[in-house]
Design a protein. Sequence first.
Length: 181
Amino acid sequence: MQEHRERYRGKIDWNDDDAAFDAWTDGRTGYPLVDAGMRQLRREGWMHNRARLVVGSFLTKYLGVDWRRGERWFMRLLIDGDEANNNGNWQWIASVGVDPQPAFKRIYNPALHMERFDPEGRYVRRYVPELRDVPDEHLREPWEMGIERQREVGCVIGEDYPEPIVDRREAREAALERYRV
């Protein structure tokens, strides 16, 4: 229940943000790939490793929520949950585990991961149906569509699909600061 790396034990100033954690668990962060992964977990009790990495990075780095909360949530829902594997993976993605990579290497940009691993949006559209008609060029960051286009495709950000709960660039900077201990 503690970080493998002594450098970080009890020293990271984690955010105790229940609203952000709840949005993450519900798949309502406003980041399509993160939301797809979390909705798949709730629905099926499983998700692909790439999605696990992206949602774990999002929780610990972008939201700054303690990795132990994510670990507990996964163990509650995973049908393939293994305590040692789950713990190790959460510490790995939170940059506090056995593999001592710097934190910035594990801040995964959900839009870039979607571009690389779900370029046509099949995965996202399957688990986030409100984004079904969003054009490919806006699916990774649908808030970038103009309001008229949002209305045309039937997905108004902030009404039909949530606005991003954090600014990715600001959250990245906050994460880098959090790990400067």
